[in-house]
Design a protein around this ligand. Structure first.
Ligand SMILES: [Zn+2]
Ligand SMILES: [Zn+2]
Length: 243
């Protein structure tokens, strides 16, 4: 019997529970993780191979070739604007020109450009008719579903918003009506004084949520009450937590 006891925790204001199971870390494993194959040659995101016709937007100067952060059409989109049965759009943000670098290797300036691109694409995509949901996300490594090695993230825009988000919005309104405060502002206040705090400065806070669903899960919030990445000001986006 493990001395590390499991604990059932409820998510802050959602009707959702997780079982925190520290004892399970010690269980035997027969399955090995998949590995990313470092290959050289034809990477479609490297500047010399990038099809310029795919470029939607770019930021930063890079000798006239492309920008330092480039937004391109996804060649294998899950959703498209000409498909009413899977309506939406999916774009790829190439985070650096350098094939060898991970996001953690990038300068603060470069990460600021990536956040700026997220905001710009959000503003552009929310203007498209019937787009009700926009998600900027990054899969890093094979376990997350990433299929290419070159550092990139994605922007997905769809007509249908996920049910769990609608549920979260409903729970948030209930919380606001009951407590007359914003649940996220309350969570930030509480967690910046808890042992789960990872990092904070004047404008942003980062912590592990009380009811984490994943190992090493971390939430980053601007301290200002914002609900859209497009409202981030320079002073919010250029002070991101260092790894
Ligand atoms: Zn590459
Ligand atoms: Zn708030």
């Amino acid at each position: 019997m493990s001395k590390l006891k499991s604990e059932i925790r409820k998510a802050y204001f959602l009707n959702k529970y997780v079982i925190i199971t520290p004892g399970r870390e010690r269980r035997p494993r027969d399955i090995k993780d998949e590995e990313v194959v470092k290959k050289s040659g034809q990477c479609p995101f490297c500047p010399e191979n990038l099809d310029k016709k795919r470029i939607i937007d770019k930021l930063g100067q890079a000798g006239g070739k492309t920008g330092k952060v480039v937004c391109v059409k996804n060649l294998y989109p899950a959703v498209t604007l000409d498909n009413p049965r899977a309506y939406g759009t999916q774009e790829v943000i190439i985070e650096t020109l350098d094939h060898q670098k991970e996001m953690a290797d990038l300068s603060e300036k470069q990460i600021e450009l990536i956040l700026k691109m997220f905001a710009r694409r959000t503003v552009a995509l929310e203007k498209i008719k019937n787009i009700n949901y926009i998600l900027c996300f990054k899969n890093q490594g094979p376990k997350s579903g990433a299929s290419l090695d070159h550092a990139h993230s994605q922007v997905l825009a769809t007509k249908i918003a996920p049910e769990n988000l609608k549920e979260e919005a409903r729970a948030m309104m209930e919380y606001r009506a009951k407590n007359k405060t914003c649940p996220y502002c309350d969570i930030i206040k509480k967690e910046t004084r808890s042992p789960r705090k990872i990092w904070e400065n004047k404008t942003a806070a980062c912590f592990a949520p009380y009811a984490s669903e994943y190992h090493y899960e971390a939430w980053i919030f601007p301290k200002r009450h914002l609900d859209n990445i497009a409202d981030l000001k320079k002073k919010n986006s250029n002070r991101s937590p260092k790894s």
